[in-house]
Design a protein. Structure first.
Length: 436
């Protein structure tokens, strides 16, 4: 079986494509079940964030095409369109990719810590959907251990930055004095919590959090002295907002062009800075056409993110070294496990041959056949049956010039001679040298 990692991310696909391929929380359970039920798949996990959608599977040789076809069917996308922006990794490369994702080396903001939490959520969801077997279970546990080591031994987790931090950094370039700015945050997830904290630390004192439930919005806003509203109250709050940052899991836009136009009229066209960091988008792209709106998406944050990346590159190089060591140890453990499985299968095969030959010998003895002939036949059968498959494999290797197998065969098939095969003269000599 093969370990496969297949997906798209912010480097390979635009926001428009990523939002089409993203899985909503309500879709994940059915998606995992469908993916796991593919004939080519024995284990599966799904990671879906605003910047990436990735599928981790244990599959047979045809699994990559089966997974890509399924992803297209699930989201009603043509496979050709997906193929242009999808990447895939196998076995060691797949393990390395997962570890790089876990420590934030593959993130838009280098070393951002949120992805590890999202990966742990994906792991738990896969477990609950019975998508994990021994292979993925061990890989995820090994990955979490490597991520912990990287966070502990390098500086990649210091002064944490994220898309949320980048959004606030961009806003600071527009507003000279944050203390006068009013911010409206839409959503109440981890990203918005980070945005709220960063804005508060930057000096924003007028903070409003809008969410589907007021209780959750209060949990985010109250510790920072902000206020909480529900989504239907957004139009009124929008009239006062200088900064609007949105990140929800809504499948449809929350802010439309008409709503923003009406708010701008009430504001007497005072400009508004907006950042949409949701996938699918929370703010209609047409809002960016309005003269008094500065609308940015996650893709527009790249300049800020690149600056953060430079500051973290030294720590990232150290992290890459730790990951290579992690991949090596995972590969070593996997080889040992695979070797153990082969040994168990080979022993079961040999024991089955032994049991079958023994039963045949006992039947012949019960019929009164000559015991010497029965034993001779038993030995002949055991030798032939045990040597049959290795002999075929060696012949095939020779015909195909598989020198790697041919060179390894003597060490595997021709071990040192046991004592009972030593020459008689040598045995006699040993006896003569024994002190009286």
């Amino acid at each position: 079986m093969t370990l496969l990692a297949l997906g798209i991310n912010h480097r390979t696909a635009s926001v428009a494509v990523r939002e089409q391929v993203a899985f909503t929380p309500t879709q994940l359970e059915s998606a995992l079940t469908e993916l796991r039920n593919l004939p080519q798949i024995s284990e599966a996990a799904v990671l879906s964030t605003c910047n990436r959608t990735e599928l981790y599977c244990v599959t047979d040789a045809a699994g990559e095409h089966a997974v890509l076809d399924w992803l297209g069917r699930f989201h009603n996308l043509r496979v050709e369109e997906l193929s242009r922006c999808a990447y895939h990794y196998l076995d060691n490369d797949a393990a390395r990719h997962l570890m790089r994702v876990a420590v934030g080396l593959d993130s838009m903001v280098l070393g951002e810590p949120q992805i590890l939490g999202q990966l742990k959520d994906a792991y738990q969801q896969a477990r609950q959907a019975n998508g994990l077997g021994g292979e993925l279970e061990r890989l995820f546990q090994h990955t979490f251990a490597v991520a912990k080591q990287v966070r502990t031994e390098t500086g990649i987790g210091k002064n944490p930055v994220s898309v949320a931090y980048a959004a606030v950094s961009m806003a600071s370039r527009i507003f000279d004095d944050f203390s006068r700015a009013r911010a409206l945050l839409i959503g109440a997830g981890e990203t918005i919590e980070l945005v709220a904290r960063h804005l508060h630390e930057a000096g924003v004192r007028h903070l409003t959090v809008a969410n589907r439930t007021r209780e959750r919005a209060e949990q985010v806003s109250a510790p920072l002295g902000g206020s909480a509203i529900t989504l239907p109250e957004i139009p009124e709050a929008l009239e006062q907002a200088d900064i609007v940052i949105s990140s929800t899991a809504s499948p449809l836009p929350i802010l439309g062009k008409g709503m923003v136009e009406r708010a701008l009229k009430k504001r007497r066209h005072r400009p508004v800075f907006m950042v949409d960091i949701a996938v699918p988008r929370d703010i209609e792209p047409e809002v960016g056409e309005l003269a008094d709106v500065f609308l940015y998406t996650v893709d527009d944050l790249q300049e800020v993110i690149e600056e953060n990346r430079r500051h973290r590159q030294v720590a990232a190089d150290q992290a890459e070294s730790l990951i290579e060591h992690g991949v090596g140890s995972w590969q070593h453990e996997r080889r040992i496990r695979n070797g153990g499985e082969i040994i168990r299968d080979y022993r079961r095969h040999g024991e089955a041959i032994r049991d079958h030959s023994r039963e045949q010998a006992l039947e012949r003895l019960a019929k009164g056949e000559d015991p010497a002939k029965v034993i001779e036949r038993l030995a002949h059968q055991l030798a032939n049956r045990l040597m049959h498959q290795p002999t075929l494999a060696l012949r095939n290797a020779a015909s195909q010039e598989n020198n790697e197998l041919l060179n390894a065969a003597p060490n595997i098939l021709l071990p040192a001679k046991p004592a009972f095969e030593q020459p008689v003269a040598a045995v006699k000599c040993q006896k003569d040298d024994t002190p009286a």
